[in-house]
Design a binder for this molecule. Structure first.
Ligand code: ATP
Length: 621
C-alpha cells in the first residue's frame, strides 16, 4: 500500500484529488503491481492530466520532476526517464493488449482516449488526402460554375494588392472532404462560410443537404444569427444564394444524443443524412465528441470546421483546433495552389500565396484580418489587445492598456478599452458595484422577458475562478447585495441563472443561461433562450443552477457580450494564462473593462496552458 488511504494521499500531494487516487489504485490492481510507488505516481499524473484536458501524458516530462509539492505537502520526486521506463517494462500495456492503459513510446494513455485519438486520426487523415480521381474532385463543368460564382462573390477583391484569404478559403474548400477555417473574432469566418455554402450550392446543386452545428446551444444560436446577418448583407446576383438553409443545432441534437452519450442515435451503422456538415466553435469540441461525430458522418459528406485556434481548448479532453491548425500556416502544396488559381483566374494576387512542397495542411486557411468596423477607429481597440496577448507580448499589451487610459481618460466614455489599474485608482469592489448598477439594474426593470434578455446580454463580468472574493461566488453575492436583491430570497424577478448539469428531460445543457421572470399568471418561472425561441421551465423542475452576473471565462466560450469586465484575482492563480486572457478579451464586441494591476496582468503570461495530446503526431508524422 503506497498510501494508507485517499485522504493520506491528498494530504501528501498538493492539488491531487480522490479521483486520481482511485484511478491509480484501480490501475495498480488491474496490473497487479500494488507496491510500485513510481508506477502509482505515474498513474496519478495520468489521471491528473486527464482532469486538465490532456488525452495522455508524456512520461519523459515527468523524469526527475518533483510534483504536487506545496506548503505543508510532501510532493513526489519522480525517478529519471530510464527508471520510469524500467517501471513499465514487462507490463502488458501495448496497443494490442487489453489493459485499461496503453503505452506508446513515451506516451501513456487511458485506452479509451487512445482509441478516440486513433479513430479521429484515421478518419481525418483520410479526409486530408485529395487525389485527382477522388469523388470530391470537380468536373470541368463544376469548375466553370465555381469560377463564375467566386468572381461574383469576391468581385471587390480580385484586383487587391494582397491575397484575399476569404476567397482562398472558399476556392480551397470546394474539392475537399475536410476544410478548416480559423481566425480570431471578426476575421470573417461566418462571412466566408456563407460564401462557401453558396459556392457549394452553385457547384453541387441547390438540393444538397447542408447541416450546421456547434458544441453548445449558445454557440449554435450565435452561428444562426451571424449567418442570417451576413446573408442579409450579401449583395450578390440572386442566381447564387436564392436559397440557403440556416437552421443550426447542437452536436448533441445532430447526433441524437439523449441521456447516454455512449449510444447516440447516429453512429457508424446509422449515419447522419447530409452532404455538407459545418461545425462552428470547434475549439470547444472535445475529443470524444469528435470521435462520435466522425463515426456518424457519411464518407461522401464534406466536413467544414470553423473556430479560433488561439482560444482556450474544450473543458473536456482534447485540444482539437490547436492540433488541426499548426500556426503559422506554412503554405499550400503545388496541387492546392493550382486548384486555387484555377478557380480564381481573375485574382491578381494568387502568385503571392506561399507554396510549401508536401504541405500536410492544405485543408487549412487562416484568416487574420479583422473586419469589425469598430476596430479600425482607434489604436486602443479590443483586437489590438487580443493580438498582443496571444503573441505573448505581456509588456506591450499592458502598455496598450495604460496608454489607453491616458489617451482616453474617463472610464465610461472611452470607446473600446478601459483599464482600472487597481494599484492606482478605484478598488475592484467599488468598480464592480458601479458597473452592476449601471448594467444589471436594468434587467429586472425591463418591460418583458425579451427586453430582460437583451439587458442581460449587454454586459458580463468575467473572472478566472469560482471561489474567493474575486471568484464567481463572491462577486455574485456582492452584486446581489449592491442591487438590493440579497434580502429577496433565492428566487427574484431578473435573477440570471446558469445551468450546471445536463438535463435531457427539460432539454437544458450545462452552460445554458436563463432568467427568472414572472409567467403570465405572475408566478416566477425560469426562461431560457433556445434555438427554438424562448421557453420556460417551472423553478421546481430546474436542474442544478447558479447565479450568473459573474461567470468563469471557461464558461463563456461560444458567447459574446457587448461589454465585458475582466477582473483578475489578487493572487497569482494556476489557471491564469494568455489563452484565458485572450478568450475573455475576445468575448467583448464593443467594450472591454480590465480590472487588474500590472503584476496580476503580467503573471498571466508566466503560466502557459499546456495540454498533452498525441493527435498532431498521428496526423502529421
Ligand atoms: N471581406 C469583408 N468585407 C466586408 N465586411 C466583412 C468582410 N468580412 C467580414 N465582414 C463583416 O465583419 C463582421 C465580422 O465578420 P464575421 O461575423 O464573419 O466574423 P467571425 O470571424 O465569424 O466572428 P466571430 O468569431 O466573432 O463570430 C461582419 O459584420 C461581417 O459581415
Amino acid at each position: 500500500m503506497i498510501y494508507a488511504s485517499s485522504s493520506q494521499c491528498m494530504k501528501d500531494l498538493a492539488a491531487v484529488e480522490a479521483i486520481d487516487y482511485f484511478t491509480a489504485s484501480r490501475l495498480m490492481d488491474e496490473l497487479q503491481c500494488t507496491d510500485n510507488a513510481l508506477l502509482f505516481h505515474c498513474f496519478i499524473a495520468l489521471s491528473f492530466s486527464l482532469r486538465s484536458g490532456s488525452s495522455c501524458i508524456e512520461l519523459d516530462k515527468l523524469a526527475n520532476q518533483i510534483l504536487w509539492l506545496d506548503e505543508g505537502k510532501k510532493g513526489y520526486q519522480f525517478a529519471d526517464y530510464a527508471g520510469i521506463e524500467a517501471a513499465f517494462s514487462g507490463l502488458a500495456i501495448s496497443e494490442t493488449d487489453n489493459a485499461s492503459i496503453v503505452k506508446i513510446g513515451n506516451l501513456l494513455y487511458l485506452r479509451r482516449y487512445w482509441l478516440f485519438e486513433q479513430q479521429v486520426a484515421d478518419n481525418l487523415r483520410q479526409r486530408m488526402l485529395v487525389s485527382a480521381d477522388s469523388e470530391f474532385a470537380l468536373s470541368d463543368e463544376q469548375q466553370q460554375r465555381a469560377r463564375h460564382t467566386l468572381a461574383n462573390l469576391f468581385a471587390d477583391s480580385m484586383d487587391a494588392a494582397q491575397p484575399d484569404y476569404q476567397a482562398v478559403a472558399v476556392a480551397n474548400a470546394l474539392n475537399r472532404p475536410l476544410s478548416v477555417i480559423t481566425g480570431g473574432p471578426g476575421t470573417g469566418k461566418t462571412y466566408t462560410l456563407c460564401r462557401l455554402l453558396l459556392s457549394l450550392q452553385a457547384v453541387l446543386g441547390e438540393q444538397i443537404n447542408i447541416k450546421l452545428a456547434a458544441p453548445t446551444g449558445k454557440a449554435a444560436q450565435r452561428m444562426k444569427e451571424s449567418i442570417a446577418q451576413n446573408l442579409a448583407k450579401l449583395k450578390v446576383n440572386t442566381e447564387v444564394g436564392a436559397h440557403l438553409a440556416i437552421e443550426s443545432m447542437t452536436l448533441h441534437r445532430l447526433l441524437g444524443i439523449s441521456r447516454d452519450p455512449v449510444s447516440p442515435r447516429y453512429h457508424q451503422d446509422n449515419k447522419i443524412r447530409c452532404d455538407v456538415l459545418v461545425v462552428d466553435e470547434v475549439s470547444m469540441l472535445d475529443l470524444a465528441m469528435l470521435a462520435r461525430l466522425l463515426r456518424a458522418l457519411p464518407d461522401h459528406c464534406r466536413l467544414i470546421l470553423l473556430g479560433d485556434a488561439e482560444q482556450l481548448p474544450s473543458v473536456e479532453v482534447g485540444q482539437l483546433m490547436k492540433d488541426l491548425c499548426p500556426l503559422p500556416h506554412q503554405g499550400y502544396s503545388q496541387t492546392a495552389l493550382q486548384q486555387i488559381q484555377q478557380l480564381l483566374p481573375q485574382a491578381s494576387w494568387t502568385n503571392q500565396l506561399t507554396q510549401q512542397s508536401e504541405s500536410k495542411t492544405d485543408y487549412l486557411t487562416v484568416l487574420d484580418k479583422t473586419h469589425r468596423q469598430l476596430d479600425s477607429d482607434s489604436p486602443y481597440n479590443i483586437s489590438a489587445l487580443a493580438n498582443l496577448v496571444i503573441a505573448g507580448n505581456s509588456r506591450d499589451s499592458w502598455a496598450l492598456l495604460t496608454d489607453s487610459v491616458q489617451a482616453q481618460g474617463d472610464m465610461f466614455s472611452s470607446p473600446q478599452l478601459t483599464l482600472n489599474n487597481t494599484a492606482q485608482t478605484v478598488d475592484d469592489e467599488s468598480l464592480i458595484r458601479e458597473l452592476s448598477q449601471r448594467y444589471y439594474a436594468a434587467i429586472a426593470k425591463a418591460a418583458n422577458i425579451e427586453a430582460a434578455f437583451k439587458a442581460l446580454n449587454r454586459f458580463r463580468i468575467l473572472v478566472p475562478t469560482r471561489v474567493g472574493q474575486s471568484g464567481v461566488e463572491g462577486l455574485n453575492q456582492l452584486i446581489e447585495q449592491q442591487l438590493g436583491y440579497a434580502t429577496l430570497g433565492k428566487w427574484y424577478r431578473g435573477r440570471p441563472i446558469m445551468v450546471t448539469e445536463n438535463d435531457y428531460t427539460n432539454g437544458l445543457f450545462n452552460g445554458d443561461v436563463g432568467l427568472v421572470w414572472p409567467a403570465q399568471n405572475g408566478q416566477l418561472v425560469a426562461y431560457f433562450e433556445t434555438l427554438d425561441g424562448i421557453k420556460n421551465v417551472p423553478l421546481s423542475r430546474l436542474p442544478a443552477i447558479e447565479t450568473v452576473y459573474a461567470m468563469t471565462i471557461h464558461k463563456t466560450q461560444g458567447s459574446e457580450f457587448e461589454r465585458v469586465a475582466l477582473l483578475l484575482p489578487q493572487q497569482n492563480n494556476r489557471v491564469l494564462s494568455k489563452e484565458l486572457l485572450y478568450t475573455a478579451i475576445t468575448r467583448a464586441s464593443e467594450h472591454l473593462y480590465v480590472l487588474a494591476d500590472e503584476n496580476r496582468w503580467l503573471q498571466a503570461f508566466d503560466n502557459p496552458s499546456q495540454r498533452y495530446s498525441g493527435l498532431s503526431r498521428l496526423l502529421f508524422a
